[in-house]
Ligand binder design. Sequence first.
Ligand code: F0G
Length: 440
Amino acid sequence: MACDRCGDLLDVVYDWDRLRVPGSLRDFEAKWARRDNPHHFSGVWRFHDLLPFVPVEQCITIGEGQTLLLPSEGVARYTGIKPGRLFLQYEGMNPSGSFKDNGMSAAFTHARFVGASRAACASTGNTSASLALYCSATKLMRAVIFIGSGKISYGKLSQALDYGALTVQINGDFDDAMARVKEVSSQLGIYLVNSVNPFRLEGQKTIMYRVLEGLRWEVPDWVVVPGGNLGNSSAFGKAFHELKELGLIDRVPRLAVINAAGARTLHELVEMRGLTWNHGKPKLETASTYYDEMDSKGIRADTIASAIEINRPVNLNKCIRALEWCGGVVRKVTDQEILDAKAQVGASGLGCEPASAASVAGTKALVAEGVIAPDDRVVCILTGHQLKDPTATVAYHTTDQEQFNKVLGSRGVRRAAFANRAVAVPNNLDEIIKAIRLYS
Ligand code: F0G
């Protein structure tokens, strides 16, 4: 998955002159009339013309990408955006409950194309759930997944186990698991589906095509996305760059990538130490110096948003390239800000897991700074379903101070300003009626 000479990750590049590219994005709409064809039904493969690395008949789909772009008045108000200008792109509606299925359908397709029989990944939970589901739904490959001990939420672990993946739990965190899975897959010849795999990113480009589709092919002003391993932000940048080169859009949106403060490598490198893509000549020593500092001080990522609890994002270079293409910015938000934003998302129609709410918390911070204007059109990507991490949600809303402190207090979360607490009532009809009258 990396270049033999420079060691950097590979990219998928197309010879567009020899391919059939639609004249307008509207041409994709015709496929809606032919939804009985699984490749037209898929929210990934109906855009096959823009990711044509395998003939469409051989592309694997389990119905991924049936996702929603919804305006949210509540979240707009919370973040300081004018009504009607803020949209949530809800990727929790994918078959395994997160955006990962977009990329997995593409990597899985490529894996089968090259004849693989086993696929592996390291994961903070969602990639593994997605791979496990594609394997169990299609029976085309066996899944081998690596997870860190105690670092994965129960919702995600339960998926991998239920879907029958070989689950290897190692002593360490995501970065340790990532290093090991690379070694193991190269020794045993197992196909690697982490986002070091460039085909994963091709599938994730389609999230942006669906955002444009949801906005009737108009480009938003901002796309705001949580940053972990930086696959999404890299894919989004590539999607817009290609559309612009192909003349299918006339401008690109700005990109905001939001780190958790407890896992802030990208923020540190870009905003504090000035790392840029520099037109293809980034000063990569900036990253290696920072990694050495982290190692010598024993700093490890630590955040309630376990999906993005990552020290060394593998797609760093592609992400800074995307930031250059899209006039991007990076911000970090605390676990307190993440959980408050998550409660606002839940109260406004769509639930999400903690990492996803970083996009909303980041939007609020950027509006407060004056970087995002209140009448900008903003799309926040909600990367994962609310049920992925019930422990964090229940701890936020609980009346049990001990549970709150145990799960959240250690992470610097002091209050739950938007908690919706359960009301304890004796099992007595009169008392129950009294309570409902009082609280409703
Ligand atoms: N949101 C969720 C819900 C995720 O699961 C992840 C990544 C991200 C955001 C970050 O996305 O890596 O593209 O910057 N989860 C990976 C996993 C690492 O193993 O499931 P990114």
